[in-house]
Design a binder for this molecule. Structure first.
Ligand code: SF4
Ligand code: MG
Length: 287
C-alpha cells in the first residue's frame, strides 16, 4: 500500500523548483524554502509568528510573490531572507536598507520589503533608517524588536528598556531607549504601526496596509526572545512574555507616537499611529 506521503502532489515553489520533501503540506509551503528548514530560531521565539504574519499579509495584499523582494540584515531576524521562497538578500550588518534602496531604484516595479531586527536596523543601521524615512523611500520596513541583540548573545541594544538587564548590563540598563514608532514618524515615514506577536490578526492587517502603501511604511513587532531577554528579566518562557504583552498592551490607534515610549514594566501602546499621504521618493523623481 502506498504511504500517505506518496500520494501527495509535489508542491511547486515560487521560484519554480520542486520541493524535495513535501509531506506534510503547509499553507505557507509555496512561500517558504522548505529545503532550508528546520530554521535556527529557538523554541518560543516570536520570529516564527512574525514571519507567518508577514506571509499571510503578503497573500492578503494580492501582491505577486515573484514581484516581491525581501532584504534582511544580520541577526536572528535576518535569517528570514534565507527562508522565504522569493528573491531575497541576506545583507551585511545594518545595511539592509541601502541594499533595498538600490534594488528599488534599479527595478521600481519590485515591491521591496526589509525584514530585520532592532539591533540591525536601529543600531548599526540607524542612520540608514532615518534617512530612508526622511526621503519617504518606497520601502516597507518590518522591524522585529526583542529589545536586545539576539544572535550575538543578548547584549544591550538601543532599544533595551531602561533598567532592563542584559548580558552586558547585568545591573540594569541606565540609558533611555529609542521609541521606534516616534523615530520613524519624526523622520518622515508615511505609515507607522506597532503590534506585539500576540496581536496576530491586527499585525497581519497592518503589514498588509504597509505593503500597499506608497513611500516608507514601517511596522514594529514587539517579539519574545525568551532565551536571552526573557530570562534576564523575570520572563523565563515565551508564555511569560506573551502574558506580559497581554497585560500591558493598550490599543490606541492614532496615538501621538511621542507618548508611546516602552519601559521595562509599563504599558505598551500599540496600534496604527501614522497613515498619511505624501509624495514618495520615486514619485518626486518623476515629477
Ligand atoms: Fe529568537 Fe532570541 Fe533565540 Fe534569537 S536568541 S532565535 S531572538 S529566542
Ligand atoms: Mg534584537
Amino acid at each position: 500500500m502506498a504511504r500517505q506521503e506518496d500520494t501527495i502532489e509535489p508542491v511547486e515553489r515560487m521560484d519554480g523548483h520542486e520541493l524535495a520533501e513535501v509531506s506534510p503540506q503547509h499553507p505557507m509551503d509555496r512561500l517558504l524554502r522548505r529545503d532550508r528548514l528546520p530554521h535556527i530560531w529557538c523554541a518560543g521565539c516570536g520570529l516564527g509568528t512574525a514571519l507567518n504574519c508577514f506571509l499571510s499579509a503578503l497573500i492578503q495584499s494580492g501582491l505577486e510573490p515573484d514581484k516581491v523582494a525581501v532584504v534582511s540584515g544580520i541577526g536572528c531576524s535576518g535569517r528570514t531572507a534565507g527562508y522565504v521562497a522569493m528573491d531575497s538578500f541576506h545583507t551585511t550588518h545594518g545595511r539592509a536598507i541601502p541594499f533595498a534602496t538600490g534594488l528599488k531604484l534599479a527595478n521600481p516595479a519590485l515591491k521591496v520589503v526589509v525584514f530585520s531586527g532592532d539591533g540591525d536596523l536601529i543600531a548599526i543601521g540607524g542612520n540608514h533608517f532615518i534617512h530612508a524615512a526622511r526621503r519617504n523611500m518606497d520601502l516597507t520596513v518590518i522591524c522585529v524588536n526583542n529589545f536586545i541583540y539576539g544572535m550575538t548573545g543578548g547584549q544591550l541594544a538601543p532599544t533595551t528598556p531602561t533598567e532592563a538587564r542584559t548580558s552586558t548590563s547585568p545591573a540594569g540598563n541606565r540609558d533611555h531607549p529609542f521609541n521606534l514608532a516616534y523615530l520613524a514618524a519624526a523622520s518622515g515615514a508615511a505609515y507607522v504601526a506597532r503590534w506585539t506577536t500576540l496581536h496576530v490578526r491586527r499585525l497581519q492587517r497592518s503589514i498588509c496596509e504597509a505593503l500597499l502603501k506608497p513611500g516608507f511604511s514601517f511596522v514594529e513587532i514587539i517579539s519574545p526572545c525568551p532565551t536571552l531577554y526573557g530570562r534576564w528579566n523575570k520572563q523565563k518562557t515565551a508564555l511569560d512574555q506573551m502574558a506580559f504583552y497581554k497585560d500591558k498592551s493598550i490599543i490606541q490607534h492614532g496615538a501621538d507616537p511621542r507618548t508611546a515610549d516602552i519601559g521595562l514594566t509599563g504599558q505598551i501602546i500599540v496600534g496604527k499611529f501614522v497613515d498619511i499621504q505624501k509624495p514618495s521618493y520615486l514619485e518626486l523623481q518623476k515629477a
